[in-house]
Write a protein that binds this ligand. Structure first.
Ligand code: NAP
Length: 312
């Protein structure tokens, strides 16, 4: 990605679509991973305003409860909580099983939770890089386990899967994912936190496009859309108050409510089902060339299948 593209992506033209433009969502069942903070909280709020039944899926019941109470005051509607820790595959399975007992279908699944630049020593319970393990492996398993509920969504559909990726998916050395960086070792440490984040975001787009194409071929009535939500002021940098993060915040970040625009459009606008990748604010775009390579997508999907098979 050139410097010019980087600047263009960071300062998009003003939005022409707003969350208020979303249709009424009465009787729609929606699950938002990471729905208690930042972008996920804004998405949840906009969905509640449109009368959807929304589940916030995160680790902390207390934090989620505070958000649920606050959003009930702001919107007049109450979200539900689902315990989910994406960094532990056994817990991901427990969470999907618990959800399957509560609902018989899902209309919109937001795979939104994520972390950025954790300490380099941080790994998931099963020993994967924490960023990749949370955003990609955990979400892959969660999606696989909940997939029958998406297929079961009543018509008119289609059911939608929305992945919060990032334009930083362009910032991967060589543009391709490197399988030796998913677990700890010299290559992962050499790659560094910035590229590891970009790699996880690239993998999310690859999975989204793979799923969209496969669901279409099989006629399953499910679409999948990946997006860059914009540079949004959230809690994602909460532990990293360095001078350059403060500068980034000041120069590049948009107010948190902007974070709902592109995900809401992806999940609810009738015309959004035509797109595989969106950029801010709710505009169609193209991800990197590698993200669209079918062979690379298949390789990643089957690598992930291998990692999660004992939890399926
Ligand atoms: N902010 C931006 O400028 C920006 C730009 C591009 C892409 N994104 C992407 O947008 C998504 C949301 O980020 P944000 O900026 O809104 O960050 P945030 O305010 O830090 O919110 C992250 C959410 O993820 C949840 N989460 C983290 N680890 C989890 C785990 N192991 N299991 C379940 N939930 C977990 C957190 O909940 P708990 O900690 O309570 O579990 C929280 O709700 C991320 O995927 C991020 O990569 C953000």
């Amino acid at each position: 990605m050139s410097f010019l593209q980087w600047v263009q992506e960071s300062f998009p033209p003003p939005p022409t679509w707003q969350p208020e433009d979303a249709p009424d969502l009465t009787e729609k069942v929606v699950l938002v991973t990471g729905g208690n903070a930042g972008i996920g909280r804004e998405v949840t709020k906009a969905l509640l305003k449109k009368n959807a039944k929304v589940y916030i899926a995160t680790r902390s019941a207390n934090r989620a409860q505070e958000t649920i109470e606050a959003l009930a005051e702001e919107t007049g509607n109450k979200a539900e909580f689902l315990q989910l820790d994406l960094s532990d595959l056994a817990k991901v399975r427990e969470s999907a099983q618990a959800f399957s007992k509560l609902e018989s279908h899902i209309d919109i699944l937001y795979l939104n939770a994520g972390i950025m630049f954790p300490p380099i020593d941080a790994l998931t319970k099963q020993g994967y890089d924490l960023t990749f393990g949370t955003s990609v492996i955990g979400h892959h398993l969660f999606l696989r386990l909940l997939y029958p509920l998406l297929v079961a969504a009543p018509t008119p559909g289609p059911a939608r899967v929305v992945w919060t990726s990032s334009f930083l998916h362009h910032q991967v050395p060589g543009g391709r994912i490197n399988y030796s960086t998913f677990t700890d070792g010299p290559e992962r440490r050499r790659m560094g936190l910035y590229a590891l984040y970009g790699e996880a975001k690239l993998a999310q787009i690859m999975l989204s496009v793979y799923l969209a194409n496969r669901a279409k071929e099989r006629g399953e009535g499910v679409v999948s859309i990946a997006l860059h939500p914009g540079n949004i002021s959230t809690e994602i940098f909460r532990d990293k108050q360095t001078w350059y993060m403060r500068l980034w915040h000041w120069v590049f970040e948009y107010p948190t409510p902007y974070g709902a625009i592109t995900p809401l459009y992806a999940g609810t606008a009738p015309e959004a089902v035509e797109h595989k990748y969106l950029r801010p604010w709710a505009r169609p775009g193209s991800p990197s060339r590698v993200a669209l390579e079918v062979k690379e997508q298949e390789k990643l999907w089957s690598w992930l299948e291998d990692q999660v098979k004992e939890y399926l």
